[in-house]
Design a protein. Structure first.
Length: 296
């Protein structure tokens, strides 16, 4: 495909939803993995990329299930941290040391998971239609992408970044947990909202990212499992082979993304993500206003 053809494929959009092919599922899996743990919203990207290329919206179900690949990657990457956390919690409970760092982190993760689970269940069983038709629209994604970019940039400016991983508390879990719940709106970004909250609360960049990633494990896992039973229903648009391929692609690309992000934030700011989000949102708005992109 030539550069011109690639450019035209971005401008020409087909609204009709089509069953995802094996290659399309792999591409979406790669996009999911590369964006899940970066503060740029994986949901927005795996919604917009298929729409831009005329594949249609893959839907909430496939979006959630393909995230299971990201879970495999994040658990694999943080396995030693997770094992240490579990061991530390066991020791803290045995010794009744409620201020132990591992215990505080574990409690923070549990507390931080509650808001997104409650709101997620509300969306799934009470507001599913409204969510599908409004919250996942291209316009909402554009607005939230730019909005979160502004808050992330603000956090970079005012955040003290004085606290490391050993200083994470239950208060951080509450604050980042409430922020995480906002990620149910496509374009917000689960990692973006939690990292932003962490920076506002004084965590350094690497700690905010690490705690955000660990907090995401139960949230992403529960989201994927909640939709798994609907993926292979007769009316579904994704077959088992394509779904498995998407999950595998997501796992590989997620691991690469996490490896890069943790190392990047040791010595760099998050401004690159701020500028990317603004550009991404403006590009969508331009597409909608120019008629080249449907607000679906």
């Amino acid at each position: 495909m030539t550069l011109l053809q690639s450019f035209l494929s971005v401008l020409l959009v087909v609204d009709e939803s089509q069953p995802l092919s094996l290659m399309q599922a792999i591409v979406i899996g790669i996009v999911q993995g590369m964006t899940e743990f970066l503060p740029i919203s994986s949901t927005a990207h795996i919604k917009m990329v298929p729409v831009v290329f005329g594949w249609g919206d893959p839907g909430v179900t496939f979006t959630a299930v393909v995230q299971l690949g990201s879970i495999v990657a994040i658990v694999g990457y943080f396995w030693s941290d997770i094992w240490q956390l579990l061991t530390g919690v066991k020791v803290a409970i045995a010794e009744k040391d409620w201020q132990a760092p591992d215990f505080r982190v574990a409690v923070g993760i549990v507390i931080g998971t509650i808001p997104i689970v409650v709101l997620g269940l509300l969306v799934k069983f009470g507001l599913r239609d409204a969510y599908e038709t409004f919250a996942r629209s291209s316009l909402v994604i554009a607005i939230t992408s730019i909005g979160l970019a502004i808050f992330l940039g603000w956090a970079e400016v005012v955040g003290s970044r004085q606290r490391g991983y050993d200083k994470v508390s239950q208060r951080d879990g509450i604050g980042m947990g409430l922020a995480q719940a906002l990620a149910l709106i496509p374009g917000v970004s689960r990692s973006g909202s939690t990292m932003t909250a962490g920076l506002f609360m004084g965590l350094n960049r690497e700690t905010a990212a690490r705690f955000s990633l660990l907090m995401g494990i139960p949230a992403i896992l529960l989201s994927g499992l909640a939709e798994l039973n609907e993926l292979f229903e007769p009316q579904g648009t994704v077959g088992m082979t394509a779904a498995i391929a998407g999950v595998v692609a997501s796992a590989i690309s997620s691991y690469v993304a996490v490896y890069w992000l943790i190392r990047f934030l040791k010595d760099h700011t998050t401004w690159i993500f701020v500028f990317y989000r603004i550009g991404f949102g403006l590009a969508i708005l331009w597409g909608i206003l120019s008629g080249r992109l449907s607000n679906i």
